[in-house]
Design a binder for this molecule. Structure first.
Ligand SMILES: Cc1cc2nc3c(=O)[nH]c(=O)nc-3n(C[C@H](O)[C@H](O)[C@H](O)COP(=O)(O)OP(=O)(O)OC[C@H]3O[C@@H](n4cnc5c(N)ncnc54)[C@H](O)[C@@H]3O)c2cc1C
Ligand SMILES: NC(=O)c1ccc[n+]([C@@H]2O[C@H](COP(=O)([O-])OP(=O)(O)OC[C@H]3O[C@@H](n4cnc5c(N)ncnc54)[C@H](O)[C@@H]3O)[C@@H](O)[C@H]2O)c1
Length: 459
């Protein structure tokens, strides 16, 4: 049977664009549909516009720090509409690049929603399209918590429509998105309340990092309401009131729910194609990213494995090479470095102390210090923390964690060393770059403790 396409990709985000483009460069006839914006979440309402806002908040801090270095800088205020215009222009530029990348590689692009008719047939904006293979790359979407009045709160997409900084912002959640925006808006001058259910932010990260981050948030004036569940959200005159179970209430001009994202499979009619989902609603895939239908694959956030842009592009690229490039391969989900763009930022790769200690004895090397810039600026709450988790038996560095200036940049290089399985002695042999914070990763000579000792003492 002759199909319209060798491959049809549903979703023009990080995963779909890379997969479609590479498949086309391998000679496949590729169609790709995007219902909202080329480049997907990352380019339009995620990594890129978020990082521009992180940069904007940093300028405010730097302007303040500059006085201690001898500069007189008059700060007369911040205008979010100016930043928004510059940010939107950059996003539009990237949109264009993404579209051109696809057409330039020979893909046929559809500005339309695609849904399944059967395992080889799609409805693409009202048109029937057939394909030998189909890739589901529809990403995820943010969800509101199920409380009365939830519709009054913003989701992360809405943040990018703001033209003014809310005077009082309440952020719910303590994952990547909640913490990044809490720090951004605090940096832009808002009063920020942060509500979360656990006793520490960033569940799943290394305990020392979580403790240090909580202190850093407090030092910059973010009010943390820990161990709380939500009751309801109400409008009261010109402001909102978020009520917590137990009675406490928080008044704010805007509330941001950053309580997680779900795979965007609603209305795709996966059942018509024989594609099954997990209990959590992600498309079920095997190690090759093949779904329960043999000619259909799923990649990126819709599989809810490791929801990061570089992971989505790596998996999309590997799948295209496997299917059309005569080069079967898999992208590894192990030792993926990641950063949380809080203030200060966090960079991390590999195992946490708790994860590693569950596998066997580990040594911990840890240092906390005030980076040179802040010994002069005296800005409070700017201590850096750097930590290595080392296997006692093999001496391999199993994990590296940092909270502090430039940690996202530093961790990319450390990620190579950890992924390569280098030992503590390899780190020690490496000459530091002086004077930097990064050099601490190669000069941590004295073991701080054996894993578990501090955790037990804290219980
Ligand atoms: C606020 C925020 C900040 C983030 N910051 C970072 C960061 O700093 N670093 C990082 O690595 N990751 C970050 N992420 C995560 C990152 O954006 C995602 O992991 C990444 O975008 C996933 O790519 P994807 O292709 O799987 O999905 P997406 O990028 O979401 O792309 C899916 C696309 O499919 C389209 N689509 C959906 N259904 C259909 C359909 N039926 N037909 C046609 N098109 C459809 C959607 O419109 C969307 O454009 C952030 C996410 C958010 C929300
Ligand atoms: N810098 C980055 O790389 C970056 C930035 C943003 C997002 N991301 C990716 O996007 C994903 C989604 O981010 P996210 O922050 O939305 O999700 P998340 O899963 O990281 O965090 C969700 C938070 O909401 C809380 N929560 C869930 N339901 C709740 C409820 N009913 N009431 C109160 N709190 C509730 C959770 O406890 C958690 O703190 C991340 O996991 C990450 O993979 C990455």
């Amino acid at each position: 049977m002759a199909y319209d396409f060798d491959l049809f990709v549903i979703g023009g985000g990080s995963a779909g664009v890379r997969c479609g483009r590479i498949a086309a460069t391998h000679g496949a006839r590729v169609g790709i549909a995007e219902e909202r914006f080329w480049g997907g979440t990352c380019v339009n309402v995620g990594c890129v516009p978020k990082k521009i806002m992180v940069n904007a908040a940093e300028y405010g801090h730097w302007a303040e720090d500059a006085a201690a270095f001898g500069w007189s800088i008059e700060r007369t205020g911040f205008d979010l509409s100016v930043l928004k215009a510059a940010r939107d222009a950059e996003v539009a530029r990237l949109n264009g690049i993404y579209g051109r990348l696809l057409t330039g590689a020979g893909c046929t692009i559809f500005d339309a929603r695609a849904t399944f008719i059967d395992a080889h047939t799609l409805d693409v904006g009202g048109r029937r399209v057939t394909a030998e293979r189909i890739v589901i790359a529809v990403g995820g979407r943010a969800v509101r918590p199920e409380i009365p009045g939830a519709e009054l709160g913003m989701l992360s997409d809405d943040v990018f429509d703001l033209t003014e900084v809310p005077r009082r912002l309440c952020v719910v959640g303590s994952g990547y998105i909640a913490l990044e925006f809490a720090c951004v808006f605090r940096g832009l001058g808002a009063e920020v309340d942060l509500v979360y259910r656990a006793d520490l932010p960033l569940r799943g990260f290394d305990q020392d990092i979580r403790v240090a981050l909580k202190d850093a948030l407090e030092a910059q004036g973010i009010r943390q309401h820990v161990g709380h569940n939500l009751a309801r959200l109400d409008r009261q005159g010109d402001h909102l009131r978020l009520s917590l179970l137990g009675g406490e209430g928080i008044e704010a001009d805007a509330v941001l729910f950053a309580t997680g994202r779900v795979p965007h499979v609603q209305g795709l009619h996966l059942d018509r194609a024989g594609v099954m989902c997990t209990a959590k609603g992600a498309v079920e895939v095997d190690e090759e990213h093949r779904t329960t239908a043999p000619n259909i694959y799923a990649i990126g956030d819709v599989t809810d494995k490791l929801n990061l842009t570089p992971m989505a592009t790596a998996v999309g690229h590997a799948l295209a090479d496997t299917l059309f490039g005569n080069r079967p391969r898999k992208a590894s989900y192990l030792n993926v470095p990641t950063a949380v763009f809080t203030s200060p930022p966090i960079g991390t790769v590999g195992m946490t102390e708790a994860d590693a200690a569950a596998h066997g004895p580990v040594d911990i090397y840890l240092t906390q210090f005030t980076p040179m810039r802040h010994t002069i600026s005296k800005r409070p709450g700017r201590k850096s923390l750097m930590k290595l988790v080392v296997c006692q038996e093999s001496r391999k560095v199993l994990g590296a964690h940092m909270l502090g200036e430039d940690s996202a940049e530093i961790m990319q290089g450390i990620g190579i060393a950890v992924a390569a399985g280098l030992t503590k002695e390899d780190f020690d042999r490496t000459i530091g770059i002086h004077p930097t914070a990064a050099e601490e990763f190669v000069t941590l000579r004295t073991r701080t403790r054996e894993a578990g000792v501090v955790a037990k003492a804290a219980e």
